[in-house]
Ligand binder design. Structure first.
Ligand SMILES: Nc1ncnc2c1ncn2[C@@H]1O[C@H](COP(=O)(O)OP(=O)(O)OP(=O)(O)O)[C@@H](O)[C@H]1O
Length: 711
């Protein structure tokens, strides 16, 4: 049976750079439970969030430490035929490239790993290991081969064969025999990666880069070939375009980066929800990382953290993502064949006993003059160093051999895409029907059981008997005063036995998550925002009743629809903290609605207001204002004050009344009240209401959905 293993998480804090000030708001500590990263709440430094991980590295840590502790122990598995994926994640300039690639003076994980693989190869001569390298980047959601000259490099298609294995067609894999050969190839490839200068990083990676080492180990005694793979992924960093100073072209890159990272977040969310449809296909990045997230790969996620205060919210988002990722379990598989090795794509895994791969790539793919197959001399003079010609990675097993019909690459792609879409739709539908049938059968069985029980009770009971007065309670809807509209079967009766109730809950949960994920995929960005707001309003209603667990669930649901809403993430972290520490939580008062004043507030002033730091709303906050407080608050009220068409969840809030009945709430100033009275105007001693659609505009800005590209 396949061994399962959770994705390992390491966190690394980089040193402060340039003029960054140290407020010691991010620390790496060790307690009896292990390593913990502690982060001060940016809006209330007295509140500390703790994130436990497998390993944490502070700003003084060395490249060697992280390699020796976390990476090297995984390399044995590659030689045992497994797939290992290591990826660096974090906001722009947090040190991902430094960790993965490093510098000449401080080489990072990639050079150290390759060196170690060669050392093992030498030490394992009897088993005749061979190494191949491929290197690609995903730039604006297109895959490019970094091993070939970029001038006329085509976009490479991502395909899936009939075994569900994802691969990049026509990607070159170059056999390497020595470290020098690798260095030569890698140096050339690195220069081809898309890099540009931004406000935060002089050499900011504008693409996700994936270096794959394929290790084939032939065991002459057993006549088996083990196919290990190591994927080293340097992700591009998430960026807040308000701060990066990006021009139009950088913005386009940035939106592609943010979108793919947002899909990565959705994939992790869906895996955690146990959804039966995981949105891997929504970006090339997640398609290619499929094996590492919920697949058959051993995974290590390195969270890179920039310690300066200006990155504090990004740090919390990164760590929050990491906490969710560590719950993902992969089913490890040894990739082996009982025949001489053939080329295999990165990110694919051959299941033991799986049918043999399809026919070898067609001649036209290998010799296509347009496919930029490097000659032995490619790679910055690598040919001169005796590097063998590369192989083309990719399986054409989906393509039936055709006699007498010539199809163009595009036609082949279209046919494959259609076939795959149809297959996916078919599988989804059959899964949906299966789940529906399971739920129905369970409900019918339960109804029958209750009917028999009732009949028996009627039979057995006297008119005064207690059992004759049994009532079947209908559990209240999940979110009172709004409700999600989902009264689960298992909630509807108290008379299910525990086992059946549990099974029903699992089935219902699957159905619900599956439906939600599917609905989410089909929604327009505007509808997603609306749905997100609806959940936020329900969540707020629950948090006001101190149903924090339920509020948390609803906020998390909202997050699936607006995964990039930073304020929402903050709210989730705060409530998680309150739930975990059994503390009360008091949401901030809703912001006063605004009344029209002839001219609308300019968009500029609206967006500048959203840059203003916000205050905390935790109940244990001292009432003295911090410097941030005096600038303005509103983050939380912004999250919660989304106007909804849910009459049941609409509530009236006292205008500008910041303190609650118990006086525990920090006096807060809505940010716009400080912005030269842009939003609130004094009128006869009171704050006037301003036009609502103006607020709606601000809310839309604040929801900050990553722009969705329509192709
Ligand atoms: N551990 C470290 N020690 C010393 N310098 C570091 C460390 N981590 C990062 N740096 C420096 O910080 C700067 C930003 O790092 P890097 O380019 O690796 O960030 P990144 O996360 O890859 O950014 P982007 O997403 O924009 O590509 C670089 O100048 C790098 O040399």
């Amino acid at each position: 049976m396949a061994r399962t293993q959770q994705v390992k998480i390491a966190a690394r804090i980089r040193p402060l750079i340039g003029t960054e000030a140290d407020d010691e708001g991010v620390r790496c500590v060790r307690d009896e439970g292990g390593h913990v990263i502690c982060v001060n709440n940016p809006r209330d430094p007295s509140q500390v969030f703790r994130f436990p991980f497998t390993s944490c590295y502070d700003k003084d840590s060395t490249q060697d430490e992280i390699f020796a502790n976390d990476v090297e122990p995984m390399l044995d598995s590659v030689y045992e035929g497994m797939t290992v994926t290591i990826f660096a994640y974090g906001v722009t300039s947090s040190g991902k490239t430094h960790t993965m690639q490093g510098t000449k003076a401080e080489p990072g994980i990639i050079p150290r790993t390759v060196q170690s693989l060669f050392n093992r190869k030498r030490a394992d001569l009897p088993r005749n290991a061979s190494l191949e390298v491929s290197y690609m980047e995903i730039y604006k959601d297109e895959v490019y081969d970094l091993m070939v000259n970029r001038d006329n490099a085509p976009k490479l298609p991502v395909r899936e064969n009939e075994h569900g294995q994802v691969f990049v067609a026509n990607l070159t894999a170059i056999p390497v025999d020595t470290l020098e050969e690798f260095d030569s190839l890698y140096t050339g490839a690195m220069k081809r990666r898309s890099v540009a200068s931004t406000n935060f990083n002089r050499a900011s990676s504008r693409s996700h880069a994936i270096l794959t080492m394929i290790v084939k180990v032939q065991d002459p005694t057993s006549n088996r070939t083990l196919m290990g793979k190591l994927n080293l992924v340097d992700l591009a960093g998430s960026e807040n375009n308000k701060h990066t100073g990006n021009d139009a072209s950088r913005m386009a890159e940035s939106s592609a980066i943010n979108k793919s990272l947002s899909v990565l977040g959705q994939v992790v969310h869906a895996l955690n929800q146990g959804a039966s449809r995981i949105p891997y296909r929504n970006s090339k990045l997640t398609r290619l990382l499929q094996d590492a997230l919920g697949g058959s790969s051993i995974g290590l996620l390195i969270c890179n953290i920039a310690p300066a205060a200006k990155f504090r919210q990004d740090t919390l988002n990164t760590l929050n993502f990491a906490v969710r990722t560590k719950n993902i379990e992969n089913k490890l598989v040894v990739n082996e064949r009982a025949e001489p090795p053939r080329r295999q794509a990165p990110f694919t895994s051959l299941q033991p006993g799986a049918p043999k791969p399809g026919p070898a790539p067609r001649q036209s793919l290998i010799h296509n003059p347009n496919s930029r197959v490097p000659r032995p001399s490619i790679g910055n003079g690598a040919g001169g160093s005796g590097i063998r010609p590369p192989s083309i990675i990719g399986s054409s097993s989906l393509i039936p051999p055709k006699v007498g019909i010539t199809l163009t690459e595009q036609e082949i792609d279209e046919r494959i895409a259609k076939a795959v879409e149809a297959e996916v739709a078919r599988r989804l539908e059959s899964e949906r029907l299966k789940l529906q049938a399971e739920a129905q059968a369970a409900a019918e069985a339960e109804a029958e059981r209750i009917r028999i029980q009732e009949a028996k009770m009627v039979e057995d009971s006297s008119p005064t008997s207690d059992s004759a007065n049994v009532q079947y309670d209908i559990a209240p809807s999940c979110a009172e005063g709004g409700g999600t509209g989902f009264d689960s079967i298992s909630q509807r009766s108290d008379h299910f036995d525990d086992e059946l109730r549990q099974r029903l809950q699992v089935v219902e949960h699957k159905l619900e998550s599956n439906n939600e994920m599917r609905i989410l995929q089909e929604m327009s960005p505007v509808s997603r925002k609306k749905q997100g707001r609806a959940y936020v309003a329900l969540a707020r209603a629950q948090s006001e009743k101190n149903n924090l667990q339920l509020a948390l669930e609803l906020y998390r649901k909202a997050e699936a629809y607006v995964p990039d809403n930073i304020k929402l993430k903050e709210r989730i972290i705060e409530i998680e903290w309150a739930v975990k520490n059994n503390k009360p939580f008091q949401p901030s008062p809703k912001r006063a609605k605004k009344k029209q004043h002839g001219s609308k507030k300019s968009k500029k002033s609206s967006s500048s207001s959203s840059k203003v730091p916000s205050t905390s709303n935790a109940t244990n906050i001292p009432t003295a204002s911090t410097s941030q407080d005096t600038i303005g608050g509103g983050t939380n009220s912004n999250v919660d004050s989304l106007d909804l068409n849910f009459s049941s969840s609409k509530r009236s809030f006292s205008q500008g009344g910041p303190a609650d009945d118990n006086g525990t709430m920090t006096p807060r100033k809505h940010k716009r009240s400080k912005l030269s009275d842009v939003g609130h105007r004094q009128n006869g001693g009171g704050i006037e209401e301003v036009e609502e659609d103006d607020e709606e505009m601000e809310v839309l800005e604040e929801l900050q959905m990553a722009p969705v590209k329509h192709r």
